[in-house]
Ligand binder design. Structure first.
Ligand code: PLP
Length: 399
């Protein structure tokens, strides 16, 4: 075995990407797999955005750009943050990256160090813990109980803060739970965060997929948090642009400059054509967002109904955002099928892939091993067929 860097050696593959890759491989081998694993909209990128990219390509805009994005792109991001979130940023406070993931990884790497603790309310997106570990800091997982709608209880937050705590990562609407924090919940958390003086990373990637009105922004609820806050976002979900790789971070100048230096050394600017497409996405007509959200809303209703009919699945709260459901499957733990035991969410997901040819993601790597994540970013027909298959397999499980 070769000797790897200690932190890289400990790095696990992303569970969501692994599930999606397995589904793709099986499909390529001719297996009729329905995937409810992917974290990406099934819609095509809107035509006006593709057209902007074609124009950029024809005009030869294929060279390096400034590392943190062109001035025009940063202007478009600035406009977006003002228009959608009521937040004022300067150009020097903005960095564009190859996806929200890269923006977040670079900010986390720039801010945190060995000996630091970073609070991550769980269930949480699989990459947050990995990014914090890579920085050398330690992730402090704070459980958000299902009974609390998977949101962070202020008392638990208070108890998790130690003299070593330097930051927190919040994500609303949440991947994987779909939980959306209300303005009053954010207000409660803001008081504690302000007092503790932590870096506050707000992952707003699913902001436009909120079903009960706009998801409130933490820095709008408590503007004083903005001085130590980062608005982290991506065009992947809002504009169906996952493959284009464009996201951004907005926050205090010095930290943005540090993260940009890191980006300059380890990758460079986000794709030049994508940057031009992103300007069109952010500044052009925004009606596609609404159309996609309404389609997701229709699917959410179907998925909630179908999940609740499966014996052993429990889904007490209708998720308020994103395009995932995160049912509890505790009642199925300890059952088995043909000698294969359902030991946890991951084992159940593996069984469902093999026996039902439906790809879902086990909850283990989200910090919730008695849950599974199902994405409804696929057609109603696919969803119905997937649930028919899952029901048939669950009916065969034995104690
Ligand atoms: N943050 C959350 C919560 C996500 O679910 C994702 C993608 O799944 C991202 C960030 C990163 O998105 P991207 O790198 O595609 O912009």
């Amino acid at each position: 075995m070769i000797k790897l860097n200690r932190r890289i050696a400990a790095l696990k593959p992303s569970a969501t990407m692994a599930a999606e890759t397995r589904a793709t491989e099986l499909k390529a081998a001719g297996v009729d797999v329905i995937s409810l694993a992917a974290g990406e909209p099934d819609f095509d990128t809107p035509e006006r955005i593709k057209e902007a990219a074609r124009r950029a390509l024809a005009a030869g805009q294929t060279k390096y750009t400034p590392v943190a994005g062109t001035r025009e792109l940063k202007e478009a991001i600035r406009l977006k943050l003002k228009r959608d979130n009521g937040l004022d940023y300067e150009i020097a406070e903005i960095m564009a990256s190859a996806g929200g993931k890269q923006a977040e990884a670079n900010i986390i790497a720039a801010l945190f160090d060995e000996g630091d603790e970073v609070i991550i309310p769980t269930p949480a997106w699989v990459s947050f813990v990995a990014m914090v570990n890579l920085s050398g800091a330690r992730a402090t997982l704070v459980e958000c109980p299902e009974g609390n709608g998977f949101t962070l209880d202020p008392e638990r937050l208070r108890r998790a803060i130690t003299p070593r705590t330097r930051g927190i990562i919040l994500n609303s609407p949440s991947n994987p739970t779909g939980a959306v924090y209300s303005a009053s919940q954010l207000g409660e958390l803001a008081k504690i965060l302000l007092e503790a003086g932590l870096w506050v990373l707000s992952d707003d990637v699913y902001e436009h997929i909120a079903y009960d009105g706009a998801a409130p922004h933490l820095f709008q609820i408590e503007p004083r948090l903005k001085a130590k806050g980062f608005a982290l976002n991506s065009l992947s979900k809002a504009y169906a642009m996952t493959g284009w790789r464009i996201g951004f971070a907005a926050g205090p100048k010095e930290a943005i400059a540090a993260a940009s230096r890191l980006q300059g050394q380890n990758s460079g600017n986000p794709n030049s054509i994508t940057q031009i497409a992103a300007i069109e996405a952010l500044t052009g007509p925004q009606d596609e967002i609404l159309a996609m959200r309404e389609e997701f809303r229709r699917r959410r209703q179907l998925v909630v109904e179908r999940v609740r009919k499966i014996p052993g699945f429990s889904l007490p709260h209708v998720p308020g955002g994103a395009f995932y459901v995160f049912p509890n499957i505790s009642a199925l733990i300890g059952t088995h099928l043909d000698g294969r035991a359902v030991a946890d969410g991951n084992a159940f997901a593996d069984l469902i892939l093999d026996a039902a040819q439906v790809a879902i993601v086990g909850g283990n790597d989200f910090g919730a091993p008695h849950h599974v994540r199902l994405s409804y970013a696929t057609s109603i027909d696919n969803l119905n067929a997937a649930f028919d298959r899952i029901e048939r397999v669950v009916a065969k499980l034995q104690r």
